[in-house]
Design a protein around this ligand. Structure first.
Ligand SMILES: Cc1cc2nc3c(=O)[nH]c(=O)nc-3n(C[C@H](O)[C@H](O)[C@H](O)COP(=O)(O)OP(=O)(O)OC[C@H]3O[C@@H](n4cnc5c(N)ncnc54)[C@H](O)[C@@H]3O)c2cc1C
Length: 280
């Protein structure tokens, strides 16, 4: 029952921790936990049942009437709200295990196009709603948490999962124009067919999105040289409440301030990154 009504098209995520809802630890991992527990907590541990959606009494959604053209992409189901309540830090998981979710998003939007995002901004501006971009939800610093204070009427987590295509590949210049919601493994798998790679592997790789990596200025396993994500950006496209910012895709530029450098690391505060041209 727990994932019923979701408008997400992806394999259901575990809302209270890392991974997918139907996954479990391998027997060897269970055995390792037992060994470590015996070593460090000889008196034994208190086991907590994994939470179920039904365990949570979420505050009612404060979203005003949803316009018809957005109703297909906005969900207020408890499962969708829980998946988008926290990132994946230790504190996030601890609060889930304690069934403490005082600030779930009032709704979750799953835009399919950039136009949907612009419509969401219009609706949000008219109704004083905070939009919070959500890529893979692997943030460890509260970046996706809808705790925005009392100044907004409501919050909507904007899940980018459907903007997940590579739009253009230029094998000669070794670059590609890529939608921001694509997940790390899907991106690498599609680039590999062209003999190319972004070569950016944060430890959270299985779940991260391109937009999330850009918005957090992610660094990866190969971060000794060219693996800070901003070093691989040629251009970005950002939808803001005031319109679209798009930078020119150039192999390099020394002219003027770099808007890409401003957008990288903006953590969703300036707008929603919808695509980027990346060096491969
Ligand atoms: C186990 C684990 C390992 C990790 N390892 C690393 C690592 O090696 N290197 C590293 O740098 N980080 C690491 N992280 C942190 C995290 O994975 C990164 O910050 C990652 O880049 C976040 O990507 P995401 O798609 O999950 O973004 P989310 O968590 O969904 O979002 C992160 C922030 O970006 C904003 N955002 C998301 N998408 C967009 C968009 N399209 N437009 C505008 N803003 C957006 C969100 O609002 C939020 O503020 C790790 C986290 C975990 C849990």
């Amino acid at each position: 029952m727990s994932e019923s009504g979701t408008k997400s098209l992806r394999k259901p995520l575990r809302f209270w921790g890392w991974g997918y809802a139907n996954e479990d630890l391998h027997p060897e991992e269970h055995a390792m936990i037992e060994t470590v527990t015996k070593m460090f907590v000889p008196e034994g541990v208190v086991e907590i049942e994994p939470p179920k959606v039904e365990d949570f009494d979420l505050p009612a959604s404060r979203l005003p009437a949803i316009p018809e053209h957005l109703s297909d992409i906005i969900s207020t189901t408890p499962y969708d709200r829980l998946v988008h309540s926290y990132g994946k830090s230790y504190a996030d998981m601890a609060r889930m295990l304690m069934r403490e979710v005082p600030n779930p998003p009032d709704a979750v939007a799953f835009p399919r196009t950039e136009d949907d995002i612009q419509q969401l901004f219009r609706y949000a501006s008219e109704n004083n709603i905070a939009l919070i971009p959500f890529g893979g939800g692997t943030s460890v610093c509260g970046g996706v948490e809808p705790d925005v204070g009392d100044t907004y009427q409501a919050t909507i987590s904007v899940d980018m999962e459907n903007l997940n295509q590579i739009l253009e590949i230029d094998p000669v210049s070794r670059r590609a124009r890529i939608q921001a919601g694509i997940k790390g493994p899907d991106l690498e798998q599609q680039l590999k067919q062209h003999g190319l790679t972004l070569r950016h592997y944060p430890q959270s790789f299985p779940f991260v999105s391109l937009g999330g990596m850009l918005a957090t200025r992610a660094g990866g396993h190969f971060a000794t040289v060219y693996t800070h994500i901003e070093d691989m950006v040629e251009a970005t496209r950002l939808v803001t409440p005031k319109g679209i910012i798009e930078t020119r895709a150039l192999p390099g530029s020394g002219a003027g301030p770099s808007a890409d450098r401003m957008i990288c690391g903006s953590e969703g505060t300036l707008g929603i990154i919808t695509e980027a041209t990346m060096r491969l």
